[in-house]
Design a protein around this ligand. Sequence first.
Ligand SMILES: *[C@@H]1O[C@H](CO)[C@@H](O)[C@H](O)[C@H]1NC(C)=O
Ligand SMILES: *[C@@H]1O[C@H](CO)[C@@H](O)[C@H](O)[C@H]1NC(C)=O
Ligand SMILES: *[C@@H]1O[C@H](CO)[C@@H](O)[C@H](O)[C@H]1NC(C)=O
Length: 578
Amino acid sequence: MGHKGFSDKVLVCSVALFLLPLHSAYGDVSYYFPEEMKRGSVIGNIAKDLGLEASRLSARKARIDTEGNRKRYCDINLTSGDLIVTERIDREELCGEKVSCLLSFELVLENPLELHRISLQIQDINDNSPIFPKDTIKLEIRESADKGARYRVNAAHDADIGQNAVQSYVLQRNNHFVLSVQTTSAGSKYGELVLDKELDREKQQELQLLITAVDGGTPQRSGTVVIHVTVLDANDNAPVFSQAVYKASLPENSPLGTLVVTVSSTDADEGVNGEVMYEFSRMSDKARKMFTLDQKTGDITVIGELDYEEESKYEMFVEGKDGYGLSSDTKVIIDITDINDNAPVIYLKSLSNPIPENASPGTEVGIINVQDRDSENNRQVHCSIQQHVPFNLVPSIKNYYSLVTSGELDRELVSDYNITITATDEGSPPLSSSKTVQLSVADVNDNPPVFEEQSYSAHVTENNKPGSSVCSVTARDPDWGQNGAVIYSLLPGEMNGVPVSSLLSVNGDTGVIHAVRSFDYEQFRSFKVQVMARDNGSPPLSSNVTVSVASSNPRADMVQICRSAPEQAVNPLFPGRH
Ligand SMILES: *[C@@H]1O[C@H](CO)[C@@H](O)[C@H](O)[C@H]1NC(C)=O
Ligand SMILES: *[C@@H]1O[C@H](CO)[C@@H](O)[C@H](O)[C@H]1NC(C)=O
Ligand SMILES: *[C@@H]1O[C@H](CO)[C@@H](O)[C@H](O)[C@H]1NC(C)=O
């Protein structure tokens, strides 16, 4: 990946492990690495840094999570445990002028649920040059101006920060001016032209000066501005803003047209030379869509939909310029405050569906994550599920919850649940949302087939025809599929030394009992056989029932339909059943 250079900067720390409810661990790891790395670049080996087994990452469904739908920028290689770059990371776009640029993610693992915070400290690289607000500046200077007179030149700006921002200015050698570099109270640097040798309009009516702004990066970058000086009798005072920095704060979703702040400056000159016009000199594209500036009054008003979750702070520069082009600038910082305008969002992170009906109470069925894009109290969320279902929501790490069973499940009673999870934040007024999780209960072979009767009896006429049906038994099994499929069979037994299977047979599918041969009334006046009903579960369950067969003399009617035998109060095979 060709970036050995940062491997030494990578791992900063792996902080203490906290033990939290539900056998979960929470550890932090943070990486320091440069912006603009190629996709696929390895940031570090997160498995190693957190002491996780790389071989189990896949089984534990390791993944990188972000708050809400924010971009992820990185991902984890489940084979190696490497954290790799997946999106362009542009520090300037992400963090603007912030000194520290931090991206936070969570590494989530399951079985057991485990959460680790990952911070990426994005290091600035010198990928932006200093830029002056304008390529050329027009100055008009009185020929009688004294040596030492100062003329401010608007600052150049560099989107990079720290050493990579503007460090100094250089004025190309010329006969009249030297440059003095000044620092504003906000910390930015600008240049002042200082008249070193008086001007003489008769000798030279126009001058061109070249100023170069340089940053402190390696390699160094620079930007230039050309200053056209016209020598005449005119204006010599630049406007002066009443404050070096204007600060304002307003709630997000403020209506269009809301006045944010008014900048004002005074100019010691008279007439056109003292009339100040305001304009934004430098601001982000985002800020340009949100605010407008009245060039006469200096009023800054809202023209866009301010969303705290998108941007909580805007910084911009306003230039005040008098009639002859002398100008100065001031910084405006606008803080956006949060209001509770985002309902919590419920994410179902994993779900075991279906869940076997014999799951013991307390079995984890799913993992739920709740997020709220607001901040502070507006993002504190409580979660609950509806009453009267055998499930509970157990708070786990941070904004994670485990959905666990809280009682016995029985598919034969309830086979499907719609579990409604409700999340409510602590804003005022609070916002809430809900999500329904459909959960099926999977069958377990927990019911044996049960005969409809406790016992059966049948009458057969002597010399009946072989193959004629004698009786039929029925057993029912409420389980599902093969667990509920019933197969009948005759249990082995003997009658006067003759196996019962040579007298009767039972149809395995229907439970109809047939005579195998004709009975001899004298030999088989009455006898009993046992029929077993067995299901196809694994392991199978069965029940047995007694069928009493009586044969009568040939003139009696043949009875084909089994009758229950109510005189037999207790089924010997099921002593509990009456
Ligand atoms: C993940 O790591 C393995 C082992 O180092 C490597 O072979 C594989 O190409 C990597 N996968 C991706 C998507 O980078
Ligand atoms: C659950 O919700 C689905 C979809 O609304 C519905 O079809 C189903 O009948 C519900 N099931 C139960 C057990 O309420
Ligand atoms: C039914 O009888 C068979 C054979 O004697 C036996 O193996 C089985 O366990 C019995 N089933 C029940 C439910 O008693």
